[in-house]
Design a protein around this ligand. Structure first.
Ligand SMILES: NCCC[C@H](NC(=O)CCC(=O)O)C(=O)O
Ligand SMILES: NC(=O)OP(=O)(O)O
Length: 314
């Protein structure tokens, strides 16, 4: 299947096939190093990044593409996204011009834009991502938007497939404590990805932290972490702010921190960056059961698969 834009896990037609394709790329990353020759990937960051910034560039380089990167916030002119506004405030150019202009320099555009966590309706409308899609004339890749992080979700699916010996492993997504209000994007895309895979998938979170019911669907949600962790093969930790009381930290349940004692022999996963001894204790991250570096490595191959599918279509 060729691809126009990659904005959500729902753009994956058959996840098992995509995983196999990504693993083929991993076994020979330079096989298609002519496919992107003389093509430019523009990476636009409205927020910080280490893994996405480097692994997506690495993926582009493996395909022979030329990546160019910009930190939009701070370095570029402030972009206006509202239609018909009198631009006499702090924004200096409109997304209509900005996206059209970036499309002159790039064959593919990748964008990272986190949610406000204050305006649920606006965040859920994905106005930044959708505006780029509307006004750019080239394909777009989501590098974590308000509600989804599909490069991460695909990576996590690949990592679980590589690290399981069981036909149908038990995978638990667990909320974990944090000092800040964080987005739902990673948890949403992980949930979307697990729902497409042949795994026993459950979610554990304290009361008040249920994810968007339209994402959770009929996935089992436990409010008792210990109960959820029984017989788990993979524990995926992530903090998110409240969805119901949108963007709020309703309570910091410190006893939800992931410990060696709690997860036993289960493999530990996290998208990173992770706050040690807040989200998860050192003993877990420093153990052989931590897959976090492997996940970060797989980001390259997930991005490479997505770019390959887009390049085959342009
Ligand atoms: N891209 C992976 C996670 C990005 C972001 N984490 C953060 O903002 C953590 C920041 C901190 O720990 O201060 C999130 O949860 O969506
Ligand atoms: N996991 C992830 O997306 O990391 P960065 O925020 O560092 O890109």
């Amino acid at each position: 299947m060729s691809l126009k834009n990659y904005t959500s896990i729902n753009d994956i037609d058959h996840i098992e096939t995509w995983i196999q394709e990504a693993l083929m790329i991993k076994s020979n990353p330079l096989k298609n190093n002519e496919l992107g020759k003389n093509k430019t990937l523009g990476l636009l960051f409205f927020n910080s990044s280490l893994r996405t910034r480097l692994s997506t560039q690495k993926a582009a380089l493996n395909l022979g593409m030329n990546p160019i990167v910009m930190n939009v916030s701070g370095d570029a002119w402030g972009i206006e996204f509202e239609d018909g506004t009198v631009m006499n405030g702090s924004t200096a150019e409109h997304i209509k011009e900005a996206a059209a202009v970036v499309s002159q320099y790039c064959d593919v555009i990748a964008v990272r834009a986190f949610p406000s966590l204050t305006d649920k309706i606006k965040d859920e409308s994905e106005h930044i991502l959708k505006s780029f899609i509307k006004y750019a004339s080239v394909p777009l890749v989501n590098m974590e938007s308000s509600t989804s992080h599909p490069l991460q979700g695909l990576t996590d699916a690949i990592t679980i497939k590589e690290n399981t010996t069981k036909k149908r492993p038990k995978v638990v997504l667990s909320w974990a404590p944090h000092v800040k209000a964080l987005p739902h994007a990673v948890a949403n895309s992980f949930t979307n990805a697990m729902q497409k895979m042949d795994v026993e998938f459950v979610i554990a979170n304290p009361k008040g932290y249920n994810l968007n019911p339209e994402i959770v669907k009929d996935t089992l949600v436990y409010h008792d972490q210990k109960e959820a962790f029984k017989n788990a093969d993979f524990v995926y930790a992530k903090n998110w702010s409240s969805y119901e009381d949108y963007g709020k930290v309703v309570k910091t349940d410190l006893d939800w921190m992931i410990t060696k004692d709690k997860i036993g022999a289960a493999k530990f996963m996290h998208c990173l960056p992770v706050r040690r001894n807040v989200v998860v204790e050192d003993a877990v991250l420093d153990s052989e059961n931590a897959l976090v570096t492997e996940q970060a490595n797989n980001r390259t191959f997930a991005a490479q698969l997505v770019l390959k599918k887009i390049l085959e279509n342009v």
